[in-house]
Design a protein around this ligand. Structure first.
Ligand code: DGP
Length: 112
């Protein structure tokens, strides 16, 4: 069980910004930007690399949620960054698929 499963169960508090049947979104506890929200599927998929073609609707929904959350938080005009870290080299620390939605400052490229 990951920390995100515990958030989903309500065992750990989180500042939730959006929830539906498939998705929960909440502020990152260690924000890397003025706005930093995590969008997670309620189904515990460890990594993006564990998904299959049949997960395309869920993955599309996660991206659509990221878009709407960014819009609600006022990021659409200036822009924002959506990141999915995958595995060790990708810098993933929580083995439950999640999208980082970050904004409120400019980002550099390449990300390092
Ligand atoms: P990643 O490194 O891509 O696996 O990102 C995991 C993120 O999860 C990281 O930015 C910090 C965040 N995080 C870890 N534990 C908690 C927690 O208990 N609550 C919240 N809100 N975020 C957490």
């Amino acid at each position: 069980m990951t920390v995100f499963d515990r958030i989903l169960k309500g065992e750990i508090p989180a500042k939730v910004v959006f929830e539906d049947e498939q998705v929960l979104a909440f502020h990152d506890v260690n924000p890397q930007a003025p706005i930093h929200v995590l969008v997670i599927p309620k189904r515990a998929i460890p990594r993006l690399s564990d998904t299959v073609d049949a997960d395309a609707p869920l993955l599309g929904h996660l991206l659509g949620c990221a878009r709407e959350i960014a819009k609600q938080l006022g990021l659409s005009e200036d822009g924002y960054r959506v990141v999915v870290n995958v595995g060790i080299d990708g810098g993933q620390s929580v083995e439950h698929l999640h999208l980082h939605v970050m904004g409120g400052r400019p980002f550099v490229w390449p990300p390092g």
